[in-house]
Ligand binder design. Structure first.
Ligand code: ADP
Ligand code: MG
Length: 279
């Protein structure tokens, strides 16, 4: 039978905004050594502002086409583009969302690629990657480079403080795994004091990288957009409850109800206190 104090631990955590799905996860949370974070939607808000559009096309038309391509995607990047567009969305006749790359779609007979540099490179589109501080979304239409959007994401509240609190609680290592580009990933990693940053990872690369860390007890914190397999592979999966996808919430062992990573240090402390009472 489950000792009564486990329920106290689950209750205490839930008051602190953390849903723990079972008493066995309290024990895991108490003994985590490495905390691995996804970036977009996890450390950052994932609700972006479009900072710049660089295209030789009419800007409104460019944004309308890109937004039309993104209309069925639930990725935070898509949501940001859709928010910025005010023109009517055009019908999409063929659509493929490619995790970790972007979207491939046909709009009014034109073949669009909207995503990172890898997406265009793979398709053999000739273009010059740009150096910008932010997430760059490249666009090709009918195999011709058509321009890019620069989007600036914002860190969630108190993320840097959270990283130092984790260290104070005895977490040995903090790591970021992201599909985004190296420039932005390292800038954010340095700013918040992350021990290690791995960038430009496809969903499968995230799993491979996580597996290399499994000599210690590892928790992965993600929003489920392109990282559900990593959530499942970690010793403990922690998902965002608000922004997170249903699949992520389902796959996770622990859910942060208000999406704030700042809740994690308190959750670890509650878990450890519960374990001391149980033993
Ligand atoms: P993170 O690991 O930071 O959470 P993702 O793995 O979700 O990021 O996405 C990695 C990259 O793939 C993004 O930075 C973006 O360049 C590209 N991408 C993914 N989904 C989309 C989309 N719907 N539209 C455009 N680009 C996308
Ligand atoms: Mg993400």
């Amino acid at each position: 039978s489950v000792p009564l104090s486990f329920f106290g631990g689950i209750g205490g955590a839930s008051k602190a905004g953390i849903l723990i799905k079972g008493s066995n996860y309290i024990e895991r949370l108490a003994t985590i050594e490495t905390l691995v974070f996804d970036k977009t939607g996890t450390l950052t808000k994932g609700v972006f502002a479009i900072q710049k559009m660089d295209t030789t096309m009419d800007q409104e038309k460019f944004l309308q086409g890109v937004a039309s391509v993104e209309q069925n995607s639930s990725h935070p990047i898509a949501q940001s583009i859709l928010k910025a567009n005010h023109a009517p969305l055009l019908p999409v006749t063929s659509l493929e969302e490619r995790a970790g790359y972007g979207v491939d779609a046909v709009v009014e007979g034109q073949h669009y690629l909207v995503g990172n540099a890898k997406l265009l490179e793979q398709a053999g589109v000739v273009f010059e990657p740009v150096q910008e501080i932010g997430t760059v979304i490249y666009v090709a239409i009918d195999q011709q480079y058509a321009g890019y959007l620069l989007i600036a994401d914002e860190l969630k509240a108190d993320v840097a403080t959270t990283m130092s609190e984790l260290k104070q609680t005895g977490i040995k290592q903090t790591v970021m795994l992201t599909g985004d580009n190296r420039t932005i990933a390292e800038a954010i990693g340095n700013k918040i004091g992350m021990d290690k940053v791995y960038s430009e990872l496809l969903p499968a690369d995230k799993v491979t990288q996580l597996e290399k860390l499994l000599d210690q007890k590892v928790a992965f914190v993600g929003d489920g957009m392109n990282d559900a397999p990593v959530l499942a592979r970690a010793d403990l999966g922690i998902a965002m409850g608000g922004l997170g996808s249903d699949a992520a919430i389902e796959a996770a062992d622990v859910v942060i109800m208000d999406d704030q990573p700042a809740r994690i240090p308190a959750a670890i402390k509650i878990a450890r206190k519960t374990m001391r009472i149980v033993k």
